[in-house]
Design a binder for this molecule. Structure first.
Ligand code: ADP
Ligand code: TRP
Length: 314
């Protein structure tokens, strides 16, 4: 059997997921990960560039692990771990920081955006791309599934690999990004892009009441009987032909259409919500401990090679 390619991605432990996140990021990951030897990492040290509330960070870590398992990630088929549990990530990041230049890091979008807004960037944010490069390169990753906004970071990882390889010999594989494009942008209840920063979301793991409230609030602007935003969201949950019949039979009956949408969302979300509620804190701890053991072993091996190459082993 051919050797499986290696896939790795990082998850920011922040906020509550919405259905835009589900169709734009979680579902595509679930559909993909078993074709690869997959690594899924909670990037808690990256989160520290912005978070200052330990209880909130801890809760967000538990949540993101539960979220991914609830949507169908099987922890026995992926190395699911937390970045801070594998110290080689920060160790390798330091080595890359010694190889790239300050002007190069100053071109990074996340840093530039912060400075452009007149905010003071911390040194962690400045070095963020090199920690991400270490995340990826430690595991000889071939494929990195990410959103479009992360494209530049993968270029930075390739640059770190090439800087190291040129200086010390070829030991790092240049990774390739895999940008999910299929679903496009899921609209929020106001018709703009659904985003937690716009407060226009339908929560993925909300209660039935919360989902109902959000759906009933969807704008019903239309150019001919069909409420386009309701329809666009509905199309994610139901086959197009069935949907067209439903919308033709209910022209201008927005309430009936929204009620149908609530049922269709519930049919997908209710089973996931149940799985999510069944996962205890201890289950999460066990999953992360197992993941850290596997990832740690591989990272330690790679780091030995790195250290020998740069000349710090005696
Ligand atoms: P938000 O905009 O709510 O802050 P994030 O930027 O944290 O969401 O996005 C997390 C992931 O979910 C990314 O991969 C992003 O591409 C995807 N995503 C977020 N919002 C949408 C949306 N409205 N439609 C499709 N994908 C989305
Ligand atoms: N920067 C990524 C984001 O904000 C998260 C991330 C950190 C990541 N390390 C990674 C993604 C490694 C892919 C691979 O979404």
């Amino acid at each position: 059997m051919a050797h499986k390619q290696r896939l790795l991605t990082g998850l920011q432990p922040s906020g509550t997921l919405h259905i835009g996140n589900y169709f734009g990021a979680l579902k595509p990951f679930v559909d993909l990960y078993t074709e690869y030897e997959s690594y899924l990492m909670v990037v808690d040290y990256h989160a520290l560039t912005t978070m200052r509330d330990p209880e909130a960070l801890r809760a967000a870590i538990f949540n993101i692990v539960r979220d991914y398992i609830a949507v169908g990630v099987d922890p026995s088929r992926v190395v699911l771990f937390k970045q801070s549990d594998v110290p080689q990530h920060t160790e390798l990041a330091w080595i890359f920081e010694c190889l790239v230049t300050v002007p190069f890091l100053m071109q990074a979008h996340a840093y530039k955006d912060k400075v452009a807004k007149g905010l003071e960037a911390n040194a962690g944010l400045f070095n963020y791309p090199m920690l991400m490069a270490a995340d990826i390169l430690l595991y000889d990753t071939d494929i990195v599934p990410v959103g479009e906004d992360q494209r530049q970071h993968i270029e930075y990882a390739r640059e770190a690999a090439s800087k190291f390889n040129n200086a010390f010999g070829e030991i790092f594989t240049p990774p390739t990004e895999k940008i999910f494009e299929g679903v496009g942008v899921v609209p929020g209840i106001d018709g703009k892009k659904m985003s937690k920063s716009y407060g226009n979301t339908i929560p993925l793991f909300g209660t039935r009441e919360e989902i109902t409230k959000a759906v009933m609030g969807i704008v019903t602007d239309s150019t001919g009987g069909r409420p386009e935003t309701v329809y666009a969201i509905h199309a994610l949950f139901r086959d197009a032909q069935e949907l067209d019949v439903l919308y033709e039979n209910n022209t201008n009956n927005y309430k009936a259409l929204k009620e149908a949408l609530i049922e269709d969302i519930e049919a997908v979300v209710a089973p996931m919500r149940e799985v999510r509620n069944s996962i205890s804190d201890d289950d999460v701890r066990t999953i992360l401990a197992n993941g850290a053991a596997t990832a740690g072993e591989r990272a330690a091996e790679k780091m030995q090679e790195v250290k020998a190459r740069i000349g710090v082993t005696v």
